[in-house]
Design a protein around this ligand. Sequence first.
Ligand SMILES: [Zn+2]
Length: 93
Amino acid sequence: MGRRVVSVSQNAVAQAESEIQSCDQCGSNAATPFWHILHKLRSKQELGQVVYVLPVLACCPGCRALIDEMTLVEPKSGSVLNSGNEILSQSEA
Ligand SMILES: [Zn+2]
């Protein structure tokens, strides 16, 4: 199926972590998988063709829970994530 596994840098994880405000442990609006944020930050490739592998787990800024690529998170308002909704709406399909 041509899925590509991408290892992101620790830096990219930290950057994505700074774009979120809560996770599904502490936020009621957490509906975006963490990897969507990585994807949005780093690439223009089509969604669904890439599988992200994290070198380290991210940490929720709200409750310090560990976040892996599948953890649902809530992006900060004003984050780059809110500049386009195409990824968010696909995740609800
Ligand atoms: Zn949290």
